[in-house]
Structures are given as C-alpha cells and as structure tokens.
Write a new protein. Structure first.
Ligand SMILES: [Zn+2]
Length: 276
C-alpha cells in the first residue's frame, strides 16, 4: 500500500520527550509574538532547581489536534500553541529562559510551520494510500499553498512531497540525536524540546513501527488514526479490532445505531397498522 517505502535510522522508536509550554502569549500589530516562559522551581537533591512548564503531547497529535484547528485563524493558532508549544522562528527551545524582550516567534512563521507540519502529516497519509494525491495537493497549505510547482515537471509530485516530508521530519529530530551532558537530568527533560521535534518524533515512531493507518468508521468523523485513544489512562490505547478513532466516536455510532433501530421499529409498526 505504501507508495514510497520509508526507512528509518536508527531502527527503533524514540523516547517521548516533553515539550516546553509558553506562558502568556501576546501578539502586537506587526504579528510579533512575545511570551514569558512558565518557569517552575522544584526541589531537587539538596537544593532547588528551576525547570520550565512542560507537557507530553497527546497520542497521535499529528493526526488529530494538529489537523483539527483552523490554521487561518489567529485565535486557533495561538490556542494550539498555548496548549502544545510554540512554532516558528526563535521558538522557546531551552537555550534561553526567563522573561523575553525579543519576540519568540511571529504569527507569520508560526503559521508557516504549522502548515509545513500539516502538509507533512497529510503527505505521510497519502503515501500510505489514506489520501488521494490530488486531495493532498488541494489541501496543501505551506509555501503559499503552491508547493511543488518548481519541481513538478521532473517527478511524481507525490514523490516530491514525500521527500519534503522526510526532510522536515529528519531536521526536526535533532534533539533526539547524539549529545553530551553532565549527570542528572538532561536539558531536554527539564526544559523540553520544540513542539515541531515532538510532533515529528510521533511521525518517526509510526514509520519505525510500520504502523497501519485506518479510518474512523463514524461517517461524520472519518479521521485517519492508528490507535483508538483510550478514555481512562493517559496514553492508553486500543489497537485490535478498533473501528473508531475515539470512545466518543464509538459512542456516537452506537447511539446512531440505536436511533436507526427505533425509527425502523416505528416505521414497521406504522405500516403494519396501515395494512390492517
Ligand atoms: Zn472518529
């Protein structure tokens, strides 16, 4: 089913690392985003250590929350970054922390990086046969929505998109590469990694494990997903025999089946009455 088989190095899944969350975000008229890192002070050994406010991404964010919001809306983009981390140039990356005088990003570059990640996500789906290439290009958002014009003549446009996607994922995985640190907690565990890196690690891990995508059987959802997100424990998921992307969709489908059955019963009763 895969059009261009992808290989990974190293051939193992990457650890989940937390993403640094921004504190309050403010945007000025020029679109510059200023924010203050949310720092927390924690007791560690004999003393106090400061760390930033970090979070692990929800499972399959790159198939779910990343594709769900309206990238054209400033509010939706800021909301997404407030929940999951900054995107764009100069994002909080742990190199510096504290109060920011200089912009941490701009709306323009945040929107472009969100678009790049969404295009990358959809490209992986198209490469797995979950999305028609025509649909992928119709939905294309980065590079002004006209990505492949310069190279489209030489190659299969899907091949170009897949190569772009592999470049995006590879570049973003730098925090998972070799590093040297002193004993104790590593910088990445304390300060987190950029959102883009964590999103691309989710993509990498699905490629590394040869994950099989499926579509949610609820017609009004039909989201592509790998595992049904569980409702009880964070990060818990079901893999086998799952038709729906979430318990919510499974419940919606069950109640629709119930309503349909009731309606059929009513119709049958009515027609029996009429025929008497
Ligand atoms: Zn669903």
């Amino acid at each position: 089913m895969t059009v261009y088989p992808l290989q990974v190095e190293p051939t193992r899944v990457l650890p989940e690392l937390p993403v640094m969350l921004p504190g309050t975000l403010a945007v000025d008229e020029s679109g510059a985003i200023r924010g203050v890192a949310r720092l927390t002070v924690v007791a560690k050994g004999d003393g106090l250590a400061s760390g930033s406010h970090t979070t692990l991404l929800p499972p399959e964010l790159y198939l779910r929350q990343l594709l769900d919001f309206d990238v054209a809306s400033d509010d939706a983009l800021l909301d997404f970054m407030g929940n999951f981390g900054l995107l764009g140039s100069g994002s909080l990356d742990g190199k510096s922390s504290g109060a920011y005088e200089t912009p941490v990003s701009t709306m323009r570059s945040a929107r472009e990086r969100a678009a790049v990640l969404r295009d990358t996500s959809r490209t992986l789906l198209a490469n797995e046969g979950m999305l028609e290439p025509d649909e992928l290009f119709a939905l294309w958002e980065s590079r002004g929505g006209n990505p492949l014009a310069s190279v489209i003549f030489q190659n299969d446009p899907l091949e170009v998109a897949v190569k772009l996607a592999t470049g995006v994922v590879t570049n973003a995985l730098a925090p998972f590469g070799p590093r040297v640190s002193t004993p104790g907690s590593s910088k990445h565990e304390v300060f987190g990694i950029p959102l883009e890196s964590a999103v691309c690690a989710q993509m990498f891990n699905h490629i590394a494990e040869g994950a099989a995508y499926r579509r949610c059987a609820l017609p009004s959802c039909s989201r592509a997903f790998v595992r049904q997100v569980g409702r009880a424990v964070k990060g818990q998921f079901k893999l086998e025999g799952v038709e729906y992307c979430s318990p919510q969709c499974a419940r919606a489908a069950a109640s629709k089946r119930y309503r349909d059955r009731k309606r059929d019963e009513r119709l049958r009763t009515a027609s029996e009455r009429d025929s008497e």
